[in-house]
Design a protein around this ligand. Structure first.
Ligand code: FO1
Length: 318
């Protein structure tokens, strides 16, 4: 079994390739829920939904989130009423939030509901919320207020400087069912190319997850989300700089070196591979930009070949 620690878009892209390298039932993704938010009385889980929709091949790859072929009638009707419409919820995407919220009101756990949704959408991989307890990423802006993640990321288009980030209730949360075992029992663990601060950070703040990774460090391989000093998408580089970390593959290596034995960096950063290895991580240089599913599959095969003791025998029929 291969376990991946996943945030949103970058992780979803990689997972699309990973399920072509081995039977999808042998792929487990531990997914960030720090981005989750309640709007219109509905619990919305963006990273779980982005990974689910992508593996179900229903995602809108262009937009990076939500469903392909979406309509927005409900949002337009809500706007006419003067309701909140800054966080765009497509008509079909709404069904996911309605179903999830109804099941929560019936006492179901987020992990159970995630299993129901992935099963209903034909996703073979196992998606595990990092915790069934609510953990919320909160960001304090340089000019003062503390705001929620979606307020930062969407409403303010992450165009504001951040002075600190915290993961509310993380210290009181419990790792979700199967999460720790998915790390301890995996043949290899992949830290996906997600934002180290606000996508991987919340996962590491859930008690037990970081320790479980440290115990498997040699079989943990991370992919840098930073290429030539920048993030392909989103605020990872700016957040790292604002929080005093170096927005480079070396900065990523420093963040991960206790948890992962290997860092995968893009060819564009080949000149920094010695600096990465100086942090104590092995460095694997390859093309890490995933424009197509073939790119993602190739990256996954390269990575798994580099982890000692992992043999990907069965190729998943395409
Ligand atoms: N991102 C945006 O930039 N604008 C949106 O209106 C928006 C709506 C949205 C609805 C559902 C969902 O699952 C994701 C959505 N996202 C939107 C993306 C979301 O903010 C990010 O996927 C994560 O929270 C960061 O990875």
């Amino acid at each position: 079994m291969i376990t991946a620690l996943a945030g949103g878009v970058g992780a979803a892209r990689l997972l699309r390739g990973l399920v072509l390298c081995l039977p999808s039932a042998e792929v487990t993704a531990i997914v960030n829920t720090g981005d989750d938010t309640v709007l219109h009385g509905l619990l919305i889980c963006p990273d779980l939904d982005t990974v689910t929709y992508t593996l179900a091949k229903m995602n809108d790859d262009e937009r990076g989130w939500g469903l392909a072929g979406e309509s927005w009638a409900a949002m337009e009707a809500l706007e006419r009423l003067g309701g909140e419409a800054w966080f765009r919820l497509g008509d079909r995407d709404l069904a996911t939030h309605l179903y999830r919220t109804q099941r929560l009101s019936e006492g179901a756990l987020l992990s159970e509901i995630t299993r129901e949704i992935t099963h209903a959408l034909g996703v073979g991989a196992r998606l595990l919320p990092m915790s069934d307890d609510p953990v919320r990423t909160r960001l304090t802006l340089v000019d003062g207020p503390e705001i929620g993640f979606q307020e930062y990321f969407v409403r303010r288009q992450h165009s504001v400087a951040v002075s600190s980030v915290r993961f509310e209730e993380a210290d009181r949360s419990t790792a979700g069912p199967g999460v720790i075992e998915a790390i301890t029992d995996a043949d290899a663990v992949i830290i996906c190319p997600s934002n180290p601060v606000v996508s991987i950070g919340p996962l590491l703040a859930v008690p037990g997850i970081a320790d479980a990774l440290k115990k498997r460090r040699h079989e943990v391989i991370a992919v840098s989300p930073i290429i030539a000093g920048a993030a392909l998408k989103g605020p990872a580089d700016r957040l790292m700089t604002e929080l005093g970390q170096e927005a480079s593959v070396v900065g990523v290596a420093r963040a991960y070196t206790e948890l992962a034995g290997t860092l995968v960096i893009d060819d564009a950063d080949a000149a920094l591979s010695n600096d990465v290895e100086a942090t104590g991580m092995r460095c694997l240089v390859t093309s890490t930009v995933m424009r197509t599913v073939d790119d993602a599959e190739r990256l996954c095969r390269t990575m798994l070949a580099a982890v000692p003791g992992v043999n990907i025998a069965k190729a998943q029929p395409r």
